[in-house]
Design a protein. Structure first.
Length: 220
């Protein structure tokens, strides 16, 4: 079984998240995608919804899609979660499945600053999401991959959707082009706080949850 693991705050989850997951699932023939909302940090920002609310919104967003599943492995932890610990737990949970950690180019380049990065890149495979307009050659800055500049430059120009990257840890990694949807969680929060419509930016049941639970409103 091939499983994508998609982490993030999902504050709130929206169609951009869902479409990206669908495209990567299809491109890399995943059997399922696991969404893992992050926990609530001790000093959470004003506009970060509680982790259990973000979990519930993600659950609602993927209702009816058997290939998508949301896990509370991080959002129920009282202490800070580290990606490497989450991946270790998922490897135990899913046995012999191939796990692919899904993340953007900027996040992939930041891995050296994460906790136990060398262990992380040896544990799981990677699906690196590339939105149109991002500089693929920036991946040359990563200490974990071995790729020719010419291959990245070609992918920027041609219609190919996937490039196999050689990881020095011998794990699999793929660069996957995804369709840009000009939707962001921060814009949704801003619009809702201003009393403007957020319809069609996210699933209707998620919009209803935000309204009924009075999320992302101005602090009085």
């Amino acid at each position: 079984m091939r499983i994508g693991v998609f982490g993030g705050t999902f504050n709130p989850i929206h169609y951009g998240h869902l479409r990206a997951a669908e495209e990567v699932k299809e491109a890399l023939t995943f059997d399922k995608v696991l969404f893992v909302p992050s926990g609530t940090p001790p000093l959470k920002t004003e506009d970060l919804a509680d982790s259990l609310d973000r979990f519930e919104m993600a659950r609602l967003a993927m209702a009816g899609n058997r290939a998508f599943e949301v896990l509370d492995i991080e959002c129920r932890k009282p202490q800070k979660s580290y990606t490497v610990e989450t991946m270790e737990a998922l490897l135990k949970l899913y046995g012999h499945a191939e796990l692919f950690f899904m993340l953007g180019i900027d996040a992939f380049l930041d891995i050296p600053n994460w906790w136990m990065p060398e262990k992380l890149v040896s544990l799981v495979n990677f699906a690196v999401l590339a939105r149109p307009g991002c500089r693929l050659v920036d991946l040359l800055e990563s200490p974990y991959i071995d790729v020719e500049r010419s291959n990245l430059e070609l992918l920027e120009k041609d219609s190919r959707e996937i490039l196999s990257l050689k990881l020095k840890s011998l794990r699999e990694a793929y660069l996957v082009k995804i369709t840009p949807l000009d939707i962001s969680s921060s814009d949704i929060r801003r619009l809702h706080r201003a009393g403007q419509s957020i319809k069609y930016l996210l699933p209707e049941n998620v919009e209803s949850f935000i309204i009924s639970h009075k999320l992302y409103l101005p602090v009085m």
